[in-house]
Design a protein around this ligand. Sequence first.
Ligand code: C2E
Ligand code: CA
Ligand code: CA
Ligand code: CA
Length: 283
Amino acid sequence: AKSAGGNRFELADAEADARAITRHGLTTALPTALERGEFFIEYQPLVHLGDGSVHGAEALVRWCHPQHGVLGPDRFIPLAEDTGLIVPLGRWVLQEAVRQARFWQARHSDGGPLRINVNLSPTQLHHPRLVADTVDVLERSGLEPGALCLEVTESALIGADEDLLKPLRQLAEMGVDIALDDFGTGYSNLANLRRLPVSVLKLDRSFTRGMQQHPVDPVDLKIVEGIVSLAHSLELAVTVEGVETGAQARRLRDLGCDTAQGWYYARPGAPDRIHSLLLADAV
Ligand code: C2E
Ligand code: CA
Ligand code: CA
Ligand code: CA
């Protein structure tokens, strides 16, 4: 009876679990989760499309919930945004990721060109201490500002006025790179790119997906080609997200994209993984 019932129990448990993970439950658990150290960061390498060498890594936060197991950011970042917890959480991610990057650099005696990418949510962007906190984190870790890239979504910057852009401009002047994340999904005015203090475009996964088709839709090709040439004429680097196959990687490289990120190279993982990739690059 135990084995037959066991499966049914598991199923019932799973259903109960899904019901239990309510918005409310997660929201109230968020503040203590930060105090209890339940968040952790996975790192996904960014590679040069030319030779596949590691360019840097993006920090992606996860929540190891005591009852529900590991939850992805899509489950809790929106809740943290709504409650304002995103500010201390985001500060923790920045601090932790920068510390980690500094550690990798110290381990690779050439100081390595390794860069660390950290996501910024709209609330953080509006926070009056964004610049001061970032400067503080960089100074305390000893990481040079040029090794940090802050990723801001295109939609967060649509219609942004000078007041919103000013902190980003200040960070850019210090040498911090600003990347426009999920680019191509926000219907932003391409001409507007010129007034944004960004140095990297992260082309959204939807474009990468198009590059997987056989044959590739000629219109999709033209669009990516156009974006890359516009970006390069504005001296912006182009990163592609969601590269899952070698064929995609080759097409995107041939189209002139600079760096890539995706399962084809590596899934997000523990910091050790980046360390071994760097060691492999060095030989
Ligand atoms: P994002 O910034 O666009 O991050 C890329 C997402 O694509 C990550 O999902 C990553 O795991 C996933 N991904 C990477 N390579 C591939 C691939 O080849 N194929 C597919 N299908 N997916 C791939 P993840 O880790 O679930 O993060 C989701 C979103 O949560 C991120 O999207 C970002 O917007 C947000 N996020 C993650 N960490 C943070 C954080 O520390 N702060 C803030 N504000 N947002 C974060
Ligand atoms: Ca991102
Ligand atoms: Ca993205
Ligand atoms: Ca995304």
